[in-house]
Write a protein that binds this ligand. Structure first.
Ligand SMILES: [Zn+2]
Length: 173
């Protein structure tokens, strides 16, 4: 059985000595140094993309915690006044939704961020119905939020794609 069999030095899968590339991870076990360097370089690149995506996802999570905290504090203040009691309930619910989205982003980054973004947009829309002038309130901050959401969405795609690619490559590492 040992005859004509080799082990991939990257993932330990046994490979035939005729195979240049490991069928499991693609490592050029029987290739030249240049091919091996290229393989390592590709992994480095993917790790960099993944790390960058993780940073952007973290920004989204921080934003969601901030939104949850603001809604919670305002909600408590509103709840204590009869006139704004029902608005207070709405704010508390929003705080819960934003916190829940953080856990959703952890499990499924893309759908979690999309859900949070749509919910946030709906909140902005509901404000427009009460008073259109309010839409321009803190417009710069709102644009920053949109930027964080949009970057998060494209990073979530990268995150899914590259963590999967790295997983297949590092299968047995
Ligand atoms: Zn391998």
């Amino acid at each position: 059985m040992e005859y004509n069999q080799n082990q991939c030095s990257h993932c330990n899968e046994s490979i035939s000595s005729e195979d240049v590339f490991c069928p499991n991870c693609g490592y050029p076990e029987n290739g030249d140094q240049k091919e091996k360097d290229k393989f390592e370089y590709r992994i480095e690149l993917r790790k960099n993309v993944l790390n960058d995506a993780k940073k952007k996802l973290k920004n989204v999570k921080i934003l969601l915690w901030v939104l949850a905290a603001i809604n919670l504090v305002l909600g408590i203040i509103f709840l204590m006044q009869d006139l704004t009691f029902y608005d207070g309930i709405g704010l508390i619910i929003s705080a819960i939704v934003f916190s829940a989205c953080v856990f959703w982003v952890n499990k499924q980054p893309l759908t979690g961020i999309l859900a949070a973004f749509i919910f946030w947009l709906l909140l902005q829309l509901s404000v427009v119905f009460t008073d259109p002038a309010l839409l321009l309130n803190g417009i710069i901050l709102k644009l920053v939020f949109i930027g964080i959401f949009v970057k998060g969405i494209s990073s979530a795609k990268d995150y899914n794609e590259y963590s999967q690619k790295l997983q297949t490559i590092n299968a047995r590492n």
